[in-house]
Design a protein around this ligand. Sequence first.
Ligand SMILES: NC(=O)c1ccc[n+]([C@@H]2O[C@H](COP(=O)([O-])OP(=O)(O)OC[C@H]3O[C@@H](n4cnc5c(N)ncnc54)[C@H](O)[C@@H]3O)[C@@H](O)[C@H]2O)c1
Length: 386
Amino acid sequence: MGEIRVAVLGASGWMGRVHSMAFQTFPHFFGTGGGTARIVALVDRDPARGAELALRVPGARILTDWREAVADPEVDLVDICLPDNLHHPVAKAALLAGKHVFCEKPLADTAAEARELADLARQRGLVTRVGHAFPRNPVHDLAKEIITSGEIGEVTLFKGCQHVDMFGDPMAPMMWRADGRLAPTGIVGDTGSHVFSFMEFLVGRVSSLVADNLIVTPRRPVVAGSVLGAEAVGGAGEWADVTNPDATHVMCRFENGAAGIADFSRVATGRKFRQGYEVYGTRGSILYDYDEVNRLRVYSGADPVGRRGYRAIDVGPEHPNYAAFLPLPNFALGYNETKIIEAAEVVRSVVTGVPAWPTFETGHHICQIVDAVMESSRRRAWVDIV
Ligand SMILES: NC(=O)c1ccc[n+]([C@@H]2O[C@H](COP(=O)([O-])OP(=O)(O)OC[C@H]3O[C@@H](n4cnc5c(N)ncnc54)[C@H](O)[C@@H]3O)[C@@H](O)[C@H]2O)c1
């Protein structure tokens, strides 16, 4: 099975468009040896998008009901780019229909749902993948390489953050992301899960945590004609309650003894997109800031006294996932390239049957962290993750 037949669900949305592009694009960079992808179905509930979708991917079936794509014997891989609350039911139906599944993050609304999906996939021998793409920028492979080699010693502290101001303006209109029925964990599953994916990738599993969730703006105006859930809503003067967290602070411990601090917010006024981490070890440290998307700052205690300080190291064509795109250093790989790397890895996994990080097992652990954050904030107490 060198050609994987893909159905993209939520095809008109942001991720639906990015995933479609990535499946169509990756062979130009990674070649065809790891398999190719053919998008055979595009699904979006909005029928008005059909004509445009058909032009984007000639020959693909254009559907409005995801169930049709899941039942289609022509589909090998179901790619879920739908709002969070649909991830579990759609992934479950796809796995039961014998499809490999690529699901956007967060894998599910609860760890119990994620566990069910990971178990189903294991029992049926199906390949899974969660869309935690940020750590797939090769700059983070470089960070992991430095950590794993022991260059910074034993990791003692991880600090991470992700801040945006999408809802910084109290008058920014309501959307599904702020509705607890459609995105039950709000910023925690939406954005926290990105920070948690870095924690998993670079440091290891989290074993306990304490967290504080905040709703900063409790009500938002509804814009006429906006779509929440299945129905169009809105009209002059209507307001909706924000029913999931806007911002969160977390303190945690990892299984390996390291400590962690993370915070994330969608109301960080002025921050258009801030993502970063600091990893401190017994012999050195690594700093990363998305504003310098391909650069690490690395401190090594092995440098001579009087010459110590942070060195800026850019990931370049020495790394295969960088070289796949660019033969020269400092041209920069951004967000969409990480999604292309991800699509290439997903297809290679389906072709070879060899899973690649992050699978539904990883997605489950990240959902356990999300659950623990929700519980800790509710109980105002530390929570163990078992
Ligand atoms: N990995 C990342 O970096 C990243 C970035 C953004 C979003 N996401 C995740 O991707 C998912 C989608 O987010 P988005 O920003 O693309 O949202 P979006 O609102 O832009 O797109 C969602 C699409 O799904 C369609 N849709 C909704 N319900 C449907 C249904 N029942 N049947 C068929 N189509 C339906 C909508 O019409 C829309 O086109 C979310 O789970 C989000 O958390 C991940």
